[in-house]
Design a protein around this ligand. Structure first.
Ligand code: MG
Ligand code: MG
Length: 264
């Protein structure tokens, strides 16, 4: 069943999404060479707790997981695609870091992810990230009433494939609301004009994940969570929670706007 949210409920989801956006901004601010993933997890925890919110990730245990997730963020370095566990690993110059964060506030969840390079970046990594961001924007642009889910999926997949990237077929986006993962699924590849019809009040998490090496295959690491590219190539993952509204896509996890300038 797909739950439709009222405008007031979407406002409440935006409040949760803003906590996630603030946590991701703080993590990005603190991420530099020598900083550990656990330290970044503490930064996110501070923002989430400080806002009176809870983590959607901590203790989360979907059917595929052998153990509950131990962090406030997923921290996925280089060849880790998604679901990286925050460990004592210290970031090195040129690492490609994906940070995924989820929080719930007043019973509503937000879920968003960013990818960026720490220190000196390989241009290939910047291109990978920029392409994932472009695919996310293209998917969001299709998230309007009357469109089909396949329109969103196709917009994402065609950008990744045109760039020659791979993607993990079994992983993609999802509905979001009172639970972090709801119906419908939001695949990262699809056919335009097919799938669920999008209606105002639906909220979905759209999350492209691309592998630089071009192969789709991945494996699960021994930690029981991290998904890793089989060819060892780097991966980028970006995500926003988005509401479908009559006024167009509403990005519920969009970063806070900078304070208006008071200059004359
Ligand atoms: Mg996420
Ligand atoms: Mg998600």
């Amino acid at each position: 069943m797909i739950e439709l949210k009222s405008p007031a409920e979407l406002d409440a989801m935006r409040a949760a999404g803003l906590v996630v956006a603030d946590a991701l901004a703080a993590v990005r601010e603190h991420a530099r060479v020598g900083v550990s993933l656990l330290e970044l997890d503490e930064v996110a925890a501070g923002v989430i707790r400080g806002a009176g919110a809870g983590s959607s990730f901590l203790g989360y245990r979907p059917s595929f997981a052998a153990t509950p997730f131990p962090g406030f963020i997923c921290a996925s370095v280089n060849e880790v695609i998604v679901h990286g566990i925050p460990t004592g690993y210290r970031l090195r110059d040129g690492d490609l870091l994906g940070v995924d964060c989820g929080a719930h506030l007043d019973g509503w969840h937000g879920d968003s992810a960013i990818s960026f390079v720490v220190g000196r970046a390989d241009p290939a990594d910047l291109a990978l990230i920029a392409t994932a961001e472009r695919a996310l924007a293209a998917g969001i642009a299709q998230a309007v009433p009357g469109a089909r889910m396949g329109d969103v999926s196709a917009a994402i997949g065609r950008i990744g494939r045109a760039a020659g990237y791979g993607m993990p077929a079994d992983f993609g986006g999802h509905g979001i609301g009172r639970a972090m993962h709801e119906s419908p699924g939001v695949p990262n590849e699809g056919r335009p004009g097919r799938g669920v019809t999008l209606r105002a009040g639906m909220a979905i998490a759209i999350e492209p994940m691309f592998h630089a090496g071009g192969r789709d295959a991945y494996f699960e690491a021994e930690d029981g969570w991290s998904l890793v590219t089989v060819d060892g190539s780097r991966a980028a993952h970006v995500e926003h929670s988005v509401a479908i509204t009559e006024d167009g896509p509403r990005v519920l996890t969009a970063p806070r706007l900078p304070a208006a300038s008071t200059a004359p």
